[in-house]
Design a protein around this ligand. Structure first.
Ligand code: A3P
Length: 327
């Protein structure tokens, strides 16, 4: 996978450079695989704050953009695979498909993250329509996202499973001492995780999806697991490329579900450990295989105590009940 690289410098645009003085004043916490810094109520990996804080001012959304917005460990890899395969199906057959040789994270760039092809200058140069992704909360994206008419697909996940996935992942990508489940749980419940607090993240997109249902599609990992075909059809409609009668007759929607399934993607060479590592600024070491662990609903019971489960359920009820969002 590609190595993170410096974004191009443009001396004419002062605001396209991170304000390092400001970054140095922000609160920082240790515990996860890298330190996290709190910027505008969102915990970001400290080595990425400078670049990510530029996105709100400098990313220029277009009316025909499609943005896959996800909370980490909630199904980003899966959603990228599905949305990419659905929207590019006129260009690729399953025999010559980019996902056969490329990790799904790399077929859809992360806005503002250079190592994934998401450096802002590069995004400006991409032809429309663009399929993009982000882990940023809505509050750190340009307000124009809500007015230019671009579409957003959001995915979240039952928080106990998202937490267990986060804990495993962080211990795989980190280079220092592993974080214990208990310490990770405390941080998670305080909202201190990459792109957290998770409740603010989920709620911002939830409320936006209620306000603008035709432009913001809200998904849960669990609903794709329970009926992937239904979600794939809904996603195709939402992306503006519904399956034709002929495609339905040929079983294309079912084939996409199978092609993007956990088993199918995990077994590709591009997604095995040997496929390489991504050195995000030398801070984390991400093997392609780390993105494919178990892919199950309810795995939290195999790791968290009953007390932890109950504590998290109370937190979730407290945070989400007034909004109507349930898990
Ligand atoms: P687990 O750790 O519970 O197995 P993200 O892509 O946002 O980082 O989320 C990672 C989670 O999605 C991991 O969950 C991973 O195994 C799961 N996952 C990745 N690809 C998947 C797929 N094609 N189908 C179902 N789950 C998938």
């Amino acid at each position: 996978m590609a190595e993170d690289r410096p974004e191009s410098l443009n001396p004419l645009e002062a605001s396209s450079q991170p304000d390092e003085d400001l970054v140095a004043t922000l609160p920082t916490r240790e515990g996860w695989s890298t330190p996290l810094t709190l910027y505008d109520n969102c915990w970001l990996r400290s080595h990425m704050v400078g670049k990510l804080m530029l996105v709100r001012e400098n990313f220029k959304p277009r009316p025909d953009d499609i943005i896959l917005a996800t909370h980490p460990k909630c199904g980003t890899t899966w959603l990228k695979s599905l949305a990419f395969t659905i929207s590019s199906r006129s260009r690729h057959t399953f025999a010559d498909h980019p996902l056969l040789t490329t990790n799904p994270q790399h077929v859809v760039p992360f806005i503002g993250v250079a190592g994934t092809g998401g450096d802002l200058d590069h995004l400006d140069a991409l032809p429309s329509p663009r399929l993009l992704s982000t882990h940023l909360p809505l509050s750190l994206l340009p307000p124009a996202i809500a007015t230019v008419g671009c579409r957003v697909v959001y995915i979240c996940r039952e928080p106990k499973d998202a937490f267990v996935s986060r804990w495993h992942f962080d211990n795989k990508i980190g280079t220092g001492a592993p974080i214990s489940l208990e310490d990770a749980f405390d941080l998670f419940c305080q909202g201190c995780t990459p792109f957290g607090p998770f409740w603010d993240h989920y709620l911002q997109y939830w409320k936006e999806s209620l306000a603008r249902p035709h432009e913001v599609m809200f998904l849960r990992y669990e609903e794709i697991v329970s009926d992937p075909l239904k979600v794939v059809r809904a996603l195709a409609c939402f992306l503006g490329v519904p399956f034709t009668e002929e495609e339905e007759k040929s079983g294309l929607a079912e084939q996409i579900v199978g092609f993007c399934s956990f088993e199918s993607l995990r077994n590709l060479n591009a997604n095995k450990a040997a496929a390489g590592i991504e050195r995000a600024g030398g801070k984390i070491f991400l093997e392609a295989s780390s993105l494919f662990r178990k892919g199950k609903v309810g795995d939290w019971v195999n790791h968290m105590s009953k007390d932890m489960g109950e504590k998290m359920d109370r937190l979730v009820e407290d945070k989400f009940k007034p909004s109507g969002l349930e898990f």
